[in-house]
Design a protein around this ligand. Structure first.
Ligand SMILES: [Zn+2]
Length: 178
């Protein structure tokens, strides 16, 4: 079910444009009760859509989940930057903490300018895991970690063509670049 048309109707009813209608969290209260997760057909919405064994939160789906760790490990093996390997992470207490530690670690390992390429790949991997999470919940599409790793590799190669961080140089030396 597509939420956008329903939100649009709600926002029109209050004589607001859609942009203003979703500017704060009030739109969530505007949703009719029938639009519960059950009504939307979203199963296990409280739980991690990857492992289904842990409550979903950002730290779990990006850092602690076995699926995410498999993806990060695959990217680490591919780009040969140790900071991507979960075994290199001290137990982070928040996404912000984890992200800062990752950036600092890359600067230490690679130097400030080359670390920008690793940051681009980090953001791409993060974004890809998030898209996979949404695909599982909203589109019922599931890709195993090796498949997502291949997608990230292909996307990184494309990003590298236009990205000014040095991502192209970082991934051009990797094996099996598409
Ligand atoms: Zn999980």
């Amino acid at each position: 079910m597509d939420l956008a048309p329903l939100l649009f109707v709600k926002s029109r009813r209050k004589n607001r444009c859609l942009r203003h209608g979703i500017a704060d969290d009030n739109w969530i209260r505007d949703l009719p009760p029938a639009l519960s997760a059950d009504e939307l057909g979203i199963e296990n919405y409280k739980w991690c859509p990857f492992c289904l064994h842990a409550a979903e939160n950002a730290l779990h789906i990006f850092v602690d989940c076995c699926y995410a760790r498999q993806v990060w490990l695959g990217i680490a093996a591919w780009c040969k930057v140790l900071a991507f390997n979960p075994s290199d992470w001290a137990a982070p207490t928040s996404i912000r903490h984890w992200w800062i530690r990752f950036s600092d670690r890359c600067i230490t390992l690679m130097g400030r300018n080359p670390s920008r390429a690793a940051s681009s790949l980090f953001v791409l991997t993060l974004w890809s895991i998030w898209k996979e999470r949404n695909n599982r919940i909203f589109n019922r599409l599931r890709r195993p970690a090796p498949c997502l790793i291949s997608v990230i590799k292909a996307d990184a190669s494309l990003w590298g063509l236009v990205d000014t961080s040095g991502l192209g140089a970082l991934v051009s030396g990797c094996d099996d670049v598409p």
